[in-house]
Design a protein around this ligand. Structure first.
Ligand SMILES: [Zn+2]
Length: 277
């Protein structure tokens, strides 16, 4: 994982000094102290979550961009929020009562954590697909950040946590796989992988298309077979008729199967009408 060690070294010094008044978590006299876990969680968050999204929570998802402008259609905002809440905490928001109840729970992180089912998602290999068309900011990265933060937070639980995670741009991932570089194996075998910024590919030839899909198919097949969850962020409407039909030829059978699998949670984001051209 990128730079995690140097980030961790820096953070663990600060955390142990602040919470336990010692120089480094190894010097912490409290046997069951959580300072090591807090340092780990902060280090992973810093290393993996895109800048600007490190402190965000589900309550920050309001269908608006960082400038506060409305970017999502209201229905789509509510639906996407419900889907993410269901995926992370298995709470159904079907009524006003549920919504009020969730608001209360989500304001207390320790309370919300009691509902977390993210470890089951990992065990069952439940993939998550977040999609919406356009290059505009829509909240795709925000939602993926919220989920990955929930995943990382599980380190606070007792016991050893050997889970590892990665966040990669689809373009770099393709290059890593083609070059078979040192990152490719990490991406393929990590417990959780976020694949960001997947555009609908434009190929210059059938040969190129076949070459790319032949390269990425075994990668995602490997993850599916071992039930390792992947969070996909698509920048196009994967459910439109034409895209659904070309998904397999454009991005390979493995990705197409994941999108069409009933166990996969699909979260669709739609632009608000005002900015739709
Ligand atoms: Zn401590």
């Amino acid at each position: 994982m990128k730079n995690i060690e140097s980030i961790y070294r820096d953070i663990e010094k600060k955390v142990s000094k602040k919470y336990c008044k010692v120089d480094g978590v190894k010097s912490c006299p409290n046997e069951t102290c959580t300072c090591k876990k807090i340092a780990e969680i902060r280090a992973y968050t810093k290393a993996l979550i895109p800048s600007g999204f490190e402190t965000c929570s589900i309550n920050d998802f309001k269908g608006r961009n960082l400038e506060g402008e409305k970017v999502l259609d209201i229905k789509s905002t509510i639906k996407a929020k419900k889907d993410i809440i269901k995926y992370c905490w298995d709470i159904d928001l079907d009524s006003e009562v549920d919504i009020e109840k969730f608001k209360k729970i989500s304001n207390t992180p320790s309370e919300l954590n009691k509902y977390s089912i993210i470890d089951n998602r990992r065990k069952q290999g439940n993939n998550l697909v977040i999609f919406g068309s356009g290059d505009r900011q829509m909240g795709r990265t925000l939602l993926a950040s919220i989920v990955l933060k929930e995943v990382i937070k599980q380190r606070v639980k007792p016991g050893k946590h050997i889970e590892n995670y990665n966040w990669v741009q689809f373009k770099s991932l393709k290059q890593s796989i083609i070059d078979d570089d040192k990152n490719a194996m990490n991406y393929q075998t990590c417990d959780w992988l976020v694949v960001d910024n997947i555009s609908n590919p434009q190929y210059s030839s059938v040969q190129q298309q076949t070459f790319i899909t032949d390269q990425i198919d075994p990668f995602f097949l490997y993850r599916s077979e071992r039930e390792l969850p992947t969070i996909f962020i698509f920048r196009f409407n994967i459910l439109s008729k034409v895209n659904l039909r070309t998904l397999e030829s454009n991005l390979g059978m493995a990705i197409s199967d994941i999108v069409k699998n009933k166990q996969t949670t699909l979260v669709e984001l739609k632009s608000s009408e005002r900015i739709n051209e």
